[in-house]
Design a binder for this molecule. Structure first.
Ligand code: ADP
Ligand code: MG
Length: 709
């Protein structure tokens, strides 16, 4: 396949940036001034979208898209499986005289109808009532997707059922944005801010991934089907030397990244940073942050484009959380902040003591939310793949804690003990009249082991898995933080002495919730023990995480904030449990197939060679000891035996688990009975791999996958 590298000495970056994106600039250019203004009001939630406006926007979109070669349009949506979905319609409308006109109506822009029965609904929609609707998200720009032979106009939408329940991740995200906006503005008003009109949750998602050579990838059914290796002995060199991190980017990868950036820039995705990651053949790409719904769409697109571009370069991209055992997995650092329309970052400590009160209040609100709603935040970063990553000695632990850094913690400590703040690290802090300190912008160190690290002016939620959509983690963050902001606002609104009330709120909240603050090494065993002493939840696996979705506390906050109803949460609970069971079942089945079709035959073939070599040597009558050679055969045969026995046990267990009907019990059985057997099976297969000659092994090895590009 041909690559599409742009020569920037001939084409300017300005020219291609956003060329496939129906962005604000294009709208301003193509729409009548009044319509553009009206659309802005609609995007701000001040006005309702009318069909009249939609007609005009649709017409402009159509003209723009067709001028760039589009023949089709699609409502692009994000069902409950971390992927994106689309159903294409051509612009054509046949005329009586046998020709066509190209049409795209306001109705088609606003609403799509889609067969919902093929997407997970968790029982929300019976299959006989399979209608689902998609509705245009006016706040995220439409874009053009190019494939090898054509162009399609994509319209970002939310997807819901005939009865109005969300069947996707986008709808609830949009609701949560509204909720955090209103709660933040309410608190800002209570604090005396009369100028900010809107607050946006902003996100920059750093995306980690692996690249492997496609010719090696294609040899392995586990990678092709399950997106991770289910077998694989470690090569002599692992990531011990960490020489890869921030290392020189190899030429082939540099070519790939160049094209990737171009493709992203064309879509108006501000890809900014790229580097080698900790593991061999592991990389990261990060965009400049944007509003969270746009960041979510852009991250979904980034994952899609990563795959496409990799393919053109003879590479395969692995987005799975833990594609290789014994090697660091991949995450998605979700940098989250709150920004007002007039440019205030609510987590920016700033230089002005007055705004510092505000900063400390918003900061402690997040601390409280992380303590009070730790389980659902943890659950939002959970999927089957992340079970291999969280809590291993690489990614954040499965325990939610917040890193603030020593300096901020000292300030909060001193404030809460009514101590003279002046004695807190003088050289770092200037003090204002209200005895509240000015905190330097870079007041926090880096802590790479914390799941929720305050990094100067934003929170970095580092638990999220690399293949996950960031929609749900941010829906949860927005919702639970909004709940606390509302609580704070109510207290301040009711108080006679506002500045006293604010100070008391900061210190009380800090004292009550400081157990969730941890600045030390989150990877250490000591922290796990310490967290248990503090009573912090440690949810080690996807099934237990899913269970928390329907706990009373969580249902109640989502219902109160009107982001998700009990019914919608129960549907999600069912879908995710089913997703877990399906994933484990698929992995176990693929493992068994690989054993029977490839691994055992290879082991037999190689032991036969060994055995006949021994026989041949014996026949010569030469005096050779042959004891080691016999041991080699015995070793392989022993492990073949163990592998085959474990395989049989796994097969029987799968059959039994399959018959369970309760979805929670079933998922537990996959976790408790199937997963351990998969681990045992792998252990024997990996021993065999180490004992079988390279040319007899049916798959590309870890060495091929991790060190050869
Ligand atoms: P790191 O050292 O973790 O790689 P960076 O400074 O490169 O951190 O930033 C990581 C991400 O955080 C980028 O995507 C960046 O755009 C994003 N980011 C920066 N400021 C904000 C903010 N106010 N809100 C949301 N994301 C932000
Ligand atoms: Mg980071």
């Amino acid at each position: 396949m041909e690559t599409k590298i742009v020569d920037f000495s001939k084409t300017s970056l300005h020219e291609i940036y956003g060329e496939n994106c129906f962005n604000d600039a294009i709208m301003r250019e193509l729409l009548p001034k009044a319509v553009y203004k009206e659309l802005k009001e609609i995007q701000w939630g001040n006005k309702i979208l009318t069909l009249e406006i939609a007609e005009i926007v649709a017409s402009a979109m159509k003209t723009w898209a067709i001028s760039k070669g589009a023949t089709h349009f699609t409502h692009w949506f994000q069902p409950l499986n971390d992927l994106t979905a689309e159903k294409h319609d051509a612009f054509i409308n046949p005329t009586e005289d046998g020709r066509v006109i190209l049409e795209f109506s306001g109705k088609e822009l606003i609403k799509g109808e889609s067969d919902a029965s093929s997407f997970p609904s968790g029982g929300l929609r019976a299959t006989f009532e399979a209608r689902g609707y998609t509705a245009w998200d006016t706040t995220s720009p439409a874009f053009l997707m190019e494939d090898n032979s054509g162009v399609t106009l994509n319209i970002p939408t939310a997807f819901f059922s005939y009865t109005g329940e969300a069947l996707d991740k986008k709808g609830p995200l949009l609701k949560s944005m509204d909720v955090i906006d209103k709660a933040s503005i309410r608190l800002l008003r209570a604090l005396g801010n009369t100028t900010s009109r809107k607050v946006f949750a902003t996100v920059g998602a750093e995306q980690e991934y692996f690249l492997v050579d496609r010719k090696y990838y294609d040899t392995r059914s586990d990678l092709v089907l399950c997106k991770r290796t289910l077998f694989g002995a470690m090569p002599g060199k692992g990531q011990e030397l960490d020489s890869h991190y921030y290392g020189n980017i190899r030429l082939r990868v540099a070519d790939f990244m160049r094209e990737l950036n171009c493709e992203l820039w064309k879509m108006g995705i501000p890809a900014k940073t790229q580097h080698n990651e900790a593991a061999p053949n592991q990389f990261e790409i990060a965009p400049v942050f944007s509003k969270v719904n746009v960041a979510t769409d852009q991250n979904q697109l980034t994952m899609l484009i990563l795959r496409q571009v990799a393919k053109r370069h003879g590479l395969a991209v692995l987005l799975y959380e833990k594609p290789f055992q014994g090697v660091n997995g991949s995450g998605k650092h979700n940098n989250w902040s709150l920004m007002t329309d007039d440019g205030i970052n609510l987590f920016d400590p700033g230089d002005d003591p007055k705004s510092n009160t505000q900063f400390l209040l918003f900061l402690t609100a997040v601390v409280k939310a992380c303590d009070k709603y730790a389980e659902i935040i943890r659950a939002s970063a959970s999927n089957p793949g992340n079970d291999h990553r969280l809590g291993a000695a690489e990614a954040p632990p499965a325990i939610i804690s917040v890193f603030l850094g020593d300096e901020l913690e000292e300030i909060l400590n001193k404030l809460s003990r009514h101590e003279d703040i002046a004695s807190a690290k003088m050289d770092y802090i200037q003090f204002g009249v209200n005895s509240l300190p000015v905190v330097r912008r870079d007041s926090t160190d880096r802590n790479r082991t914390s799941p929720m690290a305050f990094t100067g002016n934003k929170f970095e939620f580092r638990m999220v898995g690399s293949s996950q959509s960031i929609a749900n983690p941010n829906t949860v963050l927005n919702t639970v933080v909004a709940d606390i902001l509302n609580e704070f606002a109510a207290i301040i609104e009711d108080s006679d002495n506002k500045s006293e009330a604010v100070l008391k709120l900061i210190t009380d909240t800090y004292k009550e919730h400081k157990r969730v603050i941890f600045n030390g090494n989150g990877y250490s065993d000591e922290w796990v023990a310490e967290a248990a002493r503090r009573g912090l939840p440690n949810i080690s696996n996807n099934v237990d995480a899913i269970a928390t979705i329907i706990s009373e506390k969580n249902v109640s906050v989502f219902e109160k904030m009107k982001v998700l109803s009990r019914q919608e949460l129960e549907a999600r609970y069912n879908i995710y449990l089913q997703g877990y069971s399906r994933q484990i079942k698929m992995e176990a089945t693929v493992m068994l197939q690989m054993c029977h079709k490839d691994i055992l035959p290879a082991a037999f073939k190689y032991s036969k060679i060994l055995a006949s070599t021994i026989n041949e040597v014996r026949k010569t009558g030469l005096e050779c000891p042959l004891a080691m050679e016999e041991n080699m055969v015995t070793d392989i045969m022993d492990n073949i035996d163990r592998l085959a026995r474990t395989g049989t046990e796994l097969e029987c267990t799968l059959q039994k688990v399959h018959e369970l009907t309760d979805s929670f019990q079933k998922a537990c059985a996959y976790r408790d009975d199937v997963v351990p057997l998969m681990k045992t099976l792998r252990k024997y297969a990996d021993i065999i791999e180490n004992n079988v000659g390279r040319e007899y092994w049916p798959y590309a090895t870890y060495e091929d996958l991790l060190f050869k590009i």
